[in-house]
Ligand binder design. Structure first.
Ligand SMILES: Cc1cc2nc3c(=O)[nH]c(=O)nc-3n(C[C@H](O)[C@H](O)[C@H](O)COP(=O)(O)O)c2cc1C
Length: 176
């Protein structure tokens, strides 16, 4: 069983990025489990004085979650042409650890116009030594309400695309 952790960069209850990841989890092939990380909003602001023995419990949980996972999928909004602080903060807790080193990672996108954030996130994660899978999946949910998102995410063509994306990413994970 391939275990994948999915991280949404948005804390909004009606987040399009979180909805995309939940749909990916629901459409994963039988040999793959996608679990959503839910601790982003509880992480303290990164402080390198609080590493090692002083690592806060929620940061330790994140590090452990990423360490145990076979791969990571990130879906993240763009704020002011950048990566939202909460997402960057989570990544900062992983910088000086081994958790990210060589860990297969894939970006998926819920907004067709988040081009600055995509580029920044790729650069950050590559710098952290994640093994970036170059293919991505984009399902445009920008501005959609929950009922509209539901219709898009249950569309058979989109379900096939999501399943195909996870299958391809798990192939990449197995090849690492
Ligand atoms: C503070 C803030 C800044 C934003 N800045 C941008 C931006 O620079 N470029 C962009 O394409 N969208 C921007 N947006 C729109 C969000 O990226 C968009 O609403 C996205 O769908 C939010 O993701 P979510 O539904 O998962 O919360 C911004 C939204 C907020 C709240």
């Amino acid at each position: 069983m391939i275990e994948i952790v999915a991280i949404s960069g948005s804390l909004r209850a009606a987040s399009t990025n979180s909805a995309l990841l939940a749909a990916l989890a629901a459409n994963a092939p039988a040999d793959c489990r996608v679990q959503l990380y839910d601790g982003l909003g509880r992480l303290p602001i990164f402080n390198s004085d609080d590493e090692g023995e002083r690592t806060p419990p929620e940061a330790a949980r994140l590090i452990e979650t990423i360490t145990r996972a076979d791969g990571v999928i990130v879906s993240c909004p763009e704020y002011a042409h950048g990566v939202p602080g909460g997402m960057k903060n989570a990544l900062d807790w992983l910088v000086s650890r081994d958790a990210a080193v060589g860990k297969p990672a894939m970006l998926v996108h819920a907004s067709p116009r988040s081009l600055y954030a995509r580029a920044a996130l790729s650069e950050i994660m590559r710098t952290m030594s994640f093994a970036m899978y170059e293919e991505t999946l984009e399902i445009a949910l920008l501005g959609k309400k929950p009922a509209e998102m539901e219709a898009i995410l249950t569309d058979p063509a989109n379900r096939r695309a999501m399943r195909g994306a996870i299958e391809a990413f798990s192939g990449f994970i197995r090849s690492q």
